[in-house]
Design a protein around this ligand. Sequence first.
Ligand code: BTN
Length: 329
Amino acid sequence: MVRDDVLRALEQHRGTLVSGGTLARELGVSRTAIWKAIASLREMGFPIESISGEGYRLAESSDALSEAGIAMELKTNRMARSLCVLSTVNSTNTYLKERAASLPDGYAAVADCQTAGRGRLGRTFLSPSGSGVYISILLHPTLPLERVNMITVGAAVALCEAIQETAGFEPDIKWVNDVLKNGKKLCGILTEAAMEAETGQLSYAIVGVGINVRQPEGGLPEEIRDIAGCLEDFSPHPVRRNALVAAFFNHMETCLDLIVSGNTEALMNRYRSFIHFLGEPITVIRNGVREAATAVAINSSGHLIIEQNGQQSVMLAGEISIRLPEQIR
Ligand code: BTN
């Protein structure tokens, strides 16, 4: 489509002027077709500047999400090789779930805004426009069911690595899979899977991540202001969402390859490098009861080993939640 090709060309020359004639020649279309494509892109919200007689450019500060902008930075073989970018959707996870049977492995849906973003435990996930990015990936991996929980581990690692690469700071993972900085939650992960009843095999998994990139207009709602944060609160520079999304896909592919090949120890080592509370006193909350413990290690299945009164025990995700000591938060 001419519009997508024009956007790709403008993304490639971001910040510099490209004449209508050059675009028309490079894309093998008429100048009128270029003009129409530019008008349509502007209508979609892309800030395209024009200087009469010189040409067009995508504003340097543009943070508009686009397939072209993501594809430019993608280094994957399968992950997100086909994707859609939606300005608004109810939920990217729901969108893929409804189309899971017909879409290929690695297909991704990326949205600027969700009207019914879903979180874990039936919670809603606030997803306003322009301030975050909401991503889901459809996976049809050949994976034993006991390794399915590793997909969420992989997503947490991929998010942390993508944040390091594009936002320039190192986040923390709070066991199990919360990505935080200074105790403020930056991202949420929701993995949903379906099993084939007859074979007991995984038929598909959808991993969805929501990333708070910058404060929404009017700031974060009062009720989450103390617990949630945004990448740009900690980043030394503005974060470009297309680059962040592509980096997430790039790292997610390598994490998934480790899971599928059974090399989960290598994945766990990457996971552990973002865990900063081992050896520290923590509070574990089991069935509503708070107990003091020391965090000892994360084992190769992703379970937390704690010590209480000289006794070690293994904590499974979903069984307990933890509170970190003040100096780590
Ligand atoms: C949580 O922290 O409770 C998990 C939040 C997961 C939110 C993401 S945003 C993209 C995908 N679509 C959804 O509806 N939810 C996930």
